[in-house]
Design a protein around this ligand. Structure first.
Ligand SMILES: CCCCC/C=C/CC(=O)SCCNC(=O)CCNC(=O)[C@H](O)C(C)(C)COP(=O)(O)OP(=O)(O)OC[C@H]1O[C@@H](n2cnc3c(N)ncnc32)[C@H](O)[C@@H]1OP(=O)(O)O
Length: 363
């Protein structure tokens, strides 16, 4: 029997739980419904004593849960997933970019997003921290990609502000430990990572990376999911996973060997060899390298010309190419994310992060 016929899987349920945290406040009534369905899905019918009449909040929660009677756990899980999916699509459409809303889009804390000349540009904007990717930045990039997939631009660009493209995952992400401890942190991070990379796998329009400077970690690995990668000759490409006690992500364990052959991929992903832009171009990870002095001018002239091509034809061609291996990419992403969930709990990884945070180690 297919997963759909059996109802929502545990993975769908966990993904919906993580999506809920990223939604705008849906109001108390919906929050009560979500609470009740969550309790029913995880614990079954209401099994706690009714709170007193003056305990208003807990009584409202208890009433909502109790009202579900003997609804089976599987049905509650499915209803929870459906409810979250409905809420996500309505909040997506409310954040959909209007054609006239060219230029700078407000509301992002870690990005500058602009839409002009048929190009939506998503610029990572933490130059003082070398555009290290915080939890907030991952979430904002997902939101910006979802909006860009629906706006009237023909192509979408990811780039960085300042001297770096990005120094990869912000290593302080691992210092904010929730009440459930490091295990919960690792689990939540793996869900976020999988959702983040899924957005790149599923992005429907041509996606271009404008690599303005050095790129590290996850900002490098996801390049294998872009259609085109333009780099300044100042850029470098570095995936120091073993040094950090970690393992590849962004589907690079699959895309890099395909792009550059297994031996060159191993040098990068296992031994952390840093490539110059010219080397990355010779190995097929970068499409073209430009002198830094003329990089922005040359690249944007090229992209403006591309953005005038018929957008539907470009989108269809992209999807034809991507659809041939979408399923494989999703499976690789799921495996890489769950492997990292374990790695993040290892001594090797924890020591590497501590060394960076106490300034004992830099790349
Ligand atoms: C949901 C979770 C998903 C997780 C996915 C996993 C992904 C794996 C990866 O991405 S692995 C890559 C992780 N990145 C790093 O290890 C890079 C660490 N940074 C450095 O080694 C150096 O900062 C540098 C080589 C990038 C730049 O060195 P430089 O000397 O030029 O500059 P500074 O070190 O002084 O940096 C300026 C300030 O920026 C802060 N910073 C830079 N990178 C990061 C980072 N990745 N995480 C956190 N903070 C970073 C640095 O600490 C300085 O801050 P300060 O001015 O306050 O001291």
């Amino acid at each position: 029997m297919s997963e759909t016929a059996m109802g929502a899987s545990q993975k769908d349920f966990e993904s919906a739980m993580s999506q809920v945290k990223r939604l705008k406040d849906p109001g108390n009534e919906v929050k009560l419904k979500l609470y009740a369905l969550y309790k029913q899905a995880t614990e079954g019918p209401c099994n706690t004593p009714k709170p007193g009449v003056f305990d208003l909040i807990n009584k409202a929660k208890w009433d909502a849960w109790n009202a579900l009677g003997s609804l089976p756990k599987e049905t509650a899980r499915q209803n929870y997933v459906d409810l979250v999916s409905g809420l996500s699509s309505s909040s997506d459409s409310s954040s959909q970019v209007k054609p006239e809303a060219d230029r700078k889009q407000s509301g992002y804390e870690t990005l500058v997003v602009t839409s002009e000349d048929g190009i939506t540009k998503i610029m990572m904007n933490r130059p003082a921290k070398k555009n290290a990717m915080t939890m907030r930045m991952y979430e904002e990039i997902m939101l910006a990609l979802k909006a860009a997939s629906k706006d009237d631009s023909a192509i979408t660009v990811l780039t960085g502000n300042g001297d770096y493209y990005s120094s990869g995952n912000d290593l302080t992400n691992f210092t904010d430990i929730p009440s459930g401890g490091v295990e919960e942190k690792a689990k939540n991070s793996a869900i976020l990572l999988r959702d983040f990379v899924d957005c790149f796998i599923d992005f429907p329009k041509p996606l271009i990376a404008v690599v303005n400077g050095p790129a590290v970690g996850i900002s490098v690995t996801i390049l294998g999911l872009f259609e085109v990668v333009y780099a300044s000759d100042r850029a470098t490409f570095h995936t120091p996973f073993s040094h950090l006690g970690q393992s590849p992500e962004g589907c690079s364990s699959y895309t890099f060997p395909k792009i550059m052959g297994p031996a060159k991929a191993a040098e990068m992903l296992i031994f952390g060899k840093k490539l110059t832009a010219a080397e990355a171009c010779a190995q097929g990870l970068v499409t073209e390298v430009f002198p830094d002095s003329t990089f922005q001018k040359e690249v944007w002239t090229r992209l403006k010309a591309y953005s005038k091509l018929p957008p539907n034809a470009m989108r269809i061609s992209k999807q034809m190419i991507r659809n041939r291996e979408k399923e494989k990419l999703h499976a690789v992403n799921a495996e890489e994310s769950s492997t990292l969930q374990e790695r993040w709990l290892s001594d090797e990884c924890m020591n590497a992060i501590m060394n960076f945070l106490t300034r004992k180690a830099k790349l």
